[in-house]
Ligand binder design. Sequence first.
Ligand SMILES: C[S@@+](CC[C@H](N)C(=O)[O-])C[C@H]1O[C@@H](n2cnc3c(N)ncnc32)[C@H](O)[C@@H]1O
Length: 323
Amino acid sequence: MEFKFNFVAAGPPEEQGAERPPVEAGRGCAGLREHRLSRGELERRLEAGLVEQLEVGGPQPLQIRHLNVWLLEQALDQGAEAGLGLSGAIASHSDLVPGVYEGGLKIWECTFDLAAYLSAVPLAGRRVLDLGCGAGLLGIFALRKGAAEVHFQDYNGAVIEGLTLPNVALMEEDEPLPDGGQQPDDDGGRGGEPPGKRRKSPPSPPSPEPGALSHCRFFSGDWSRFGKVHGGSFKYDVILMSETLYNPDCYGDLHDVLFSLLSQDGTVYLATKTHYFGVGGGIHLFESLVKQKKVFDIQTVKVIDDGLQRCIATMSFRKAKSS
Ligand SMILES: C[S@@+](CC[C@H](N)C(=O)[O-])C[C@H]1O[C@@H](n2cnc3c(N)ncnc32)[C@H](O)[C@@H]1O
């Protein structure tokens, strides 16, 4: 999904539904919430949606099934999912409404860059956070690669319940893969399609079995609160982020979240456009803030020069210099 700057101001509260977070001084401050859905509710959501399949990672991509985001948007727009609180944002046909809807109902292109990069990164047994997860493909990718525990965070509870949780439930039907292992070529001879190309999956009745979900937790809320989610009692070995650097106003909170939640030896992998035209965010501005704070080392490990320039960067805690 191409990044499209179509920011609109927050509409009146009645358009934004019951779950709309209180907006403070132009920026939302969605309260922290953990989400769980019953098996029955998950099956209802899967039955109401259209399941598709994406190729994620490489060189031999994993097949990851997910709900069609366009249909879900339509359902939310038409009030079929009343109470989820995004219909105002969706009706405005905007990819982002800062402080109300932060774009989690689309799958953004840097997700595919990061998954391809992660194909060569060992994730078995790791505690992983998919920060700003949207559809949750990166977290699901980590689960498929044997991560011990994966937590998902999105600004919007509606995204977590409508998309992320059902997508993880879909994954429960898939065979676990050994870390670093690749899914056997099961594309029925259609090999050669570019990663990220959508195909309708063969029909299969949704019947998630207990499995992947028991290794996952799901949170919504603003980064200004998310850093305190575990009260210091739990840290992540790996934090994954894709397309989360568009808004420089959030960099301070984002840095705090990483500081609070990354384990001492952990690594942040982030994928981003080099520059988000129109809003000013991008890797260089974020890198300046990180360097200024002197908490993390940050380095660009891959540049993708294909249309709008994108890159992948890693962060880890600065090591004390030995004398
Ligand atoms: C453009 S979407 C990217 C979604 C997904 N990572 C992808 O690549 O498809 C940006 C995500 O960052 C998260 N986000 C942005 N600003 C946030 C904030 N201030 N607090 C919490 N989450 C935020 C939202 O959850 C949103 O889903």
